[in-house]
Design a protein around this ligand. Sequence first.
Ligand code: NI
Length: 228
Amino acid sequence: MLVRIPALLTPEEVAHCRAVLERSAWIDGRHTAGDQAAGAKKNLQLPVESQEAQALGDIVLRALGRNPTFNSAALPLRVMPPMFNRYDPGMTFGMHVDNAIRAIPGSGGMRIRADLSSTLFLTPPEEYEGGELVIQDLYGTHQVKLAAGDLVLYPSSSLHAVSPITRGSRWASFFWSQSMIKDDGMRAQLYELDLAIIEARAAMGDGSQAVLRLVNHYHNLLRRWAEL
Ligand code: NI
């Protein structure tokens, strides 16, 4: 399931991120890639331990915390500190798979299972050509290029790539989440049910017996399936 989250960051937050990234020192992105992925990867990243990456990462994490769509669709247990990357003309990331297990930097060896990948776009699409995020899933190949401040959430199990940049520069934040619901299909069912409950509450009101039973059903499924 691909979920688009519009305006995760406010325009002011995007402008602040861009101003900080503008004066940051970028390094070769192969530092954080697995073996297969490193061969396909040609981009720039902020060093994970840099002050800039940590300060901007906190802004992204706060925005995730206040976003109901992210919380409903991802049902996050842990989120990796967000990272930041940049693709200039000629840069690309060929088709690859993200590592399933990752160590959380600075945690003393704590690991997370990457269930969900997120890309948060920080440059408006008109500022660059190419640079689409290409995601392959059971339903085909999707090309994603969103407004600055928008996020796309997709299963880390999908093969994906970033098309070569032919003009301008594409800046983004990316990170992985471990979900309380490991299985993509089960998580998608809970998300659909949550959306249906929101509609039912609006149509019938919170006093409705049907709404009460649906909310109960949602929580009982979550109780049954969640792994903490
Ligand atoms: Ni990737």
